[in-house]
Each structure stands twice: as C-alpha cells, then as structure tokens.
Ligand binder design. Sequence first.
Ligand code: AMP
Length: 633
Amino acid sequence: MSDSTAPRYAEVYRRSVESPEAFWAEQAQWIDWRQPWRQVLDASRPPFAPWFPGGLTNLCHNAVDRHLEHRAEQAALIYVSTETGIETRFSYAQLHREVQIMAASLQALGVEQGDRVLIYMPMIPEAVFAMLACVRIGAVHSVVFGGFASVSLAARIEDAQPKVIVSADAGSRGGKAVPYKPLLDAALQQAQHQPQHVLIVDRGLVGWSRQQPRDVSYAELRVRHAQAQVPCVWVDATHPSYILYTSGTTGKPKGVQRDTGGYAVALHMSMRLIFGGKPGETFFSTSDIGWVVGHSYIVYAPLLVGMTTILYEGTPIRPDAAVFWRIIEQYRANLLFSAPTAMRVLKRHDPALLHRHDLSSLRAIFLAGEPLDEPTGSWVAQSLGKPVIDNYWQTETGWPMLATPQAFPEVAARPGSPGVPMPGYKVCLRNETDGAAVAVGEKGVLAVDWPLPPGCLQTVWGDDARFQHTYWSTYPNLQVYSTFDWGRQDADGYYTILGRTDDVINVAGHRLGTREIEECISAHPAVAEVAVVGVQDALKGQAAWAFVVLRPAAEALDAASQQDAIAAHVNATLGAVARPQRICLVTALPKTRSGKMLRRAIQAICEGRDPGDLSTLEDPLALQQIPDAIART
Ligand code: AMP
C-alpha cells in the first residue's frame, strides 16, 4: 500500500470504536484459530466483555509452534545476564523443545488444564519456558516478581491456590546471589494453601534445602522429559491465560485475570501498529517478567509476531551505564522498551557512554510505567538521536491505552504527553463527582467507556464483585472503567497524565499500594499507627515515606534502631521494593474530625507545597510536627 492510500490514525481509531466487532474480527485474522469464534463480543453482561467466545486457540501455538515452518532457526529468545556472564540464544526450534520439556515436567507433577502454576523466578530462560509451558497445556500462570518477599508471596499463593510453584535457588542483584528458596519456604509456612510440588531450577548460585517429596529439581525432570512431545491444548478464547497481581487501595493485591484469544489478538495488533515491530526484528524490553510489561513485551507480543526477544538479567549500570547500548549493538536490536527511571539513572553517568556503541539498528525507544518527565524524555531523544515514545497503560489493560502509534507517522510524539487513544479505547475524561465529560483543557478522571478492547482484564481472579465494584462503579449511571489517573486533553487530542486519584504510588515504575505498606508496618510490634505517602523523587519519580507513631513502650528506645527495625521488617515481609525511603517518627498523625487520615496534606508538606484546606483537621499539632520529623531522618 502506498502512503497516500494507507489508512490514517483517525480513520483506524474511529472504526475501532464505532465498529469494534468488525475491527477486532479483522485483527483476529493475524492469529491462528483451531475453531472460529461464535461471536466477536458477547455484550450480554456488561461490564464483562468476553471477546471471541467459542473460538479455540492457544497462546503458545501462536507464539512458538506456528513459527516453526518459516523461522525454526531464527533466534526466538536471546538471554543476556550481566549477573552471571551467561549469554545464550534459543532458536524457535530450541524454544519449542524447551517449552515441551517444561510442559511435560509440569504435567508429570500433576498440572492440568485450569490449574494455577505460580512462577517465582529470576530473569532466566526457564521462567519464560514455564510461562509458555503453562499456556501450552491450558494451565494458568501467576508470575510473582522476584523482588517480593515472603508476606507478599504468601498472599499471592493463598489467592491463586497454585498446584505447583516453579522457582529457583536464587536470583542475583549487582553480582550478589539473592536466595529465593528460603523466602518461598517462609511464604509456604505462612500460607494455608500448599502446592503439591515446588519445582526448583538450580542455577548453582546457592545451596537450598529440599523438602521431600514436595520439592523437585528441574534438572532431574529435564533429563527425563528431554524428548517429550506435548501438544498444545486448544482452549476457548475466554480461558484465562494468567493472573498477575497488582496493588490497589486496599492491603489485598488484586489478581488481574487475562484471557487467551483477546490477549493474543490485541498484543499482535499492538506490536504491529503501536510499536512498529516486524517479524524477524529484535525487541529489547528491559522490564522484568514479574511485571505486566514483561508479560506482554518480553514474552508474548514479540513472539506472537515472530520477532526475537531479549531477556536481560542485570541492572542498567553494570558493568557500566552503557550495558543497554552494548546489548543493542551486539544483537542488532530494533526497538527498546524501558522505564523513565532507568533513563534517569543513565543520565547521572558519563554522557560519552551513550556514544560508545553502534546504535544504527535501533529505530525507537519506548518508555512507560510512570510519568516521563519532559527533561528526561528530551535528554534521551537528543543524546541518542532516536524517537522517544511515551506510552501510558496499566497492568489491567495489558497493552498501551495512549501512545503515538508507529504505524501512523502523522501522529507525532509530543514531549510531556503519552499521546492519543489507541485502537479500541473509548477514552473520556470525566468529572470526579458526577462523571460528566470535562471540557478540553480541563482536568478529569481518565476513564474508558465499556467495552474495554480485547486483552484487558477479564475480571479480578475469583472475585467478580471486586472487579465490578473497583473499576466500574465510580459513576453509578455510567458503564465506564476508571483508571484512577487524572488526565487532561489538549485541543489536538493529546493527553497528559496528572497523577493518581487514589492512594497508589509509583516508585521507579513499580506500582505500590500505600495501604499495603501501612498494613505491613502496623504489624510491627513497636508501631501504634502509620501513614505512608508517595513523595516526589528526582530519580524514582516517587518514593514512599512512612510517618510512624510508636507504641508507648517503644518510645523509650533509641529512634534510629526503631527506624532500622521497621525498615528491616518491611524488607523481610514485602521485599526491598516496598521499603520506605524515610521512616519519620511522630507522636500523632493528622486526621479529620471523622478520623480520616489526611494523607494528601502530609504529602503536600513533604513536597514543600501548601497543604490546602485544613478546616476539618482535628489536631493541628499533628501536622506541625511533620517538618521536624522529616528533618530528623
Ligand atoms: P502498572 O499497573 O504497575 O503498570 O501501573 C499503572 C500506573 O502507572 C498507571 O495507572 C499510571 O498511574 C502510571 N503510568 C503508567 N504509564 C504511564 C505513563 N506513560 N505516564 C504517566 N503515568 C503512567
């Protein structure tokens, strides 16, 4: 198609929202189906929106098997670990073999269609094999980020009720082994639910204790199933492919449940139209498989399209701050997906490192997961001479809601904005109280009219009521999904994200619920009460600061050791990602007369802003002591 006849963004977007069934049925042609769907969308039970019910397909077939005919020898997965120095390449044929070995091993441990498999793994190829093996046999994976510790892990085990847990002896961070097995054992001691088996990939980094017959070494099963042939199980498009937990405003994380068919269709479309990825090209996402970006853009989308994906274990600055660029040069990566925080980290290093490697293969850099500040975006674009594409989405949506899509060059990227709505998202900014659409230029809650496009969350795992209540009940008379983000739209249709409407914070692109951290800290015996707020941070976007009232018995003890003990407690229970940057000791917390914590006022003081209307404040002293408490940390 010549440029003049190629459909333009406005036309494609309009069709996607005005004739969603026709649009998505067309997109679904890019996916292999064993049996066609009965309906494109079952609209009988909003807010649920089952896409392609009756259609039989398999994610692993679409990501791996169907490429064997034309790309068996092409690299499917390139593994680079600067932690262990290992770099390995798996062709599609090798990936197919490895996935079947893993699938046979899981079957040998009793895993069947619909069973959950919890994957608590570092960034090693076996983690990807395990994800693909699950969807191959119709099992539902739930990957838990390796940085989470025992309490977070136990909560997820309890909720997902996995039949098998796949883990490893250890991860590695900055060249130091981080044992996983003791954290897993501690989580299993806390959880009521017990898996039948724990499958351990032994990397030889640390010793691990084996509880017989529960714990099984993957090395043993791998030999036994080396030649296994495990056919794909054809599942309904609406069969869950995975559960991925994400933080909300309560202490209990939500299990975002994703389908199979709609996810495959949406990811394929997103890779082609939003990212501009083509079969045979190489995609490098620096995320972690424990996050949604890792699910969608390390594992599934690149493979669905027949690309090569790079799986990277390491930090952005080891052995030096040029490691991303070295990987891009060496493997001729075409597209990079990273997070603003990683770029802010690189900005602190020698700028000469940006020019040490040949980046001629690289077409564009995509950044997401947190607000991209204009100076960082411009710095990356100018220093590397490559387009920087901000894109906005959530664990819930699985793929970008706002971006500047690469297939439509007439939509130029604009600094400070993640762009325009992506196909299928009927985005609307709404008044916080009555849900009325706000005018251009005005701040509103970013909402999406029903139905959400394919690939978005189907429900909250095991809790349809929570799905309806959390996301769809903000405006009782409207069928709209709330993102809990504030936004603004300009006259040209570009959106700006202005922060969260709830108590969720974003630390280095990691979404954390302040309530989750508060619940953890209040479980410490020395703590009477606590408030956690997100405070602007030049490097990480936001940092968690905790304001703690100690119990009378604990007040007598030295403050520094109390603060250390609380920090260690968070580390051990939730993991280092959730550890507050500051723990400030106070004698009271600011509350309204009705007892509601004034978190926004605390946050304003932390950021040096005016705390706003304090007419409902019960005890002014509680707020006045905050600057001193901060100064003492
Ligand atoms: P998560 O579900 O962990 O991916 O976090 C989703 C949240 O991160 C969103 O609701 C936003 O608050 C924030 N977020 C993600 N991408 C962007 C972006 N490009 N710009 C601004 N905020 C973002």
